[in-house]
Design a protein around this ligand. Structure first.
Ligand code: AMP
Ligand code: ZN
Length: 115
């Protein structure tokens, strides 16, 4: 828990969120400003500022984040048409919240490369 972190406050229930999934390790909720018809964020409950802050001790946690994202994408009905995962990192990566989060986006064609 980082005291001044928005997503730690969401995990703690101090800031409301539209929960999709929760267990001991990860928490998933709808993005407040969706960029696609289905836009969910999945985060580790452990505070990691960004993906590059992870180390070897986080190997299982990062694996779980992806595997749970797969389950969520399936539960959202995105599997057949496809979906996109995004982890923005740092300023040029467009990161605005410094608690690691994986965007799960689908429900429309998104093209490549992104704008
Ligand atoms: P990023 O730009 O990758 O750091 O993504 C941060 C994401 O968090 C953005 O897509 C925001 O819309 C989303 N976001 C910010 N505040 C909240 C909130 N209180 N609840 C849900 N999503 C949020
Ligand atoms: Zn945090």
């Amino acid at each position: 828990m980082s005291d001044d972190c928005l997503f730690c406050k969401i995990i703690a229930g101090e800031i409301p969120s539209d929960k999709v999934y929760s267990d001991d390790d990860v928490y998933a909720f709808h993005d407040i400003n969706p960029a696609a018809p289905s836009h969910i964020l999945i985060i580790p409950k452990k505070h990691l500022a960004d993906v590059k802050s992870a180390d070897d001790s986080d190997q299982a946690l990062l694996g779980k984040l992806l595997l749970k994202a797969n389950e969520i994408a399936r539960d959202q009905g995105l599997e057949e048409a496809g979906y996109r995962y995004v982890i923005n990192t740092g300023r040029d990566g467009g990161q605005t919240v410094y608690h690691l989060h994986l965007h799960i986006m689908g429900g429309r064609g998104m093209g490549w490369p992104p704008g």
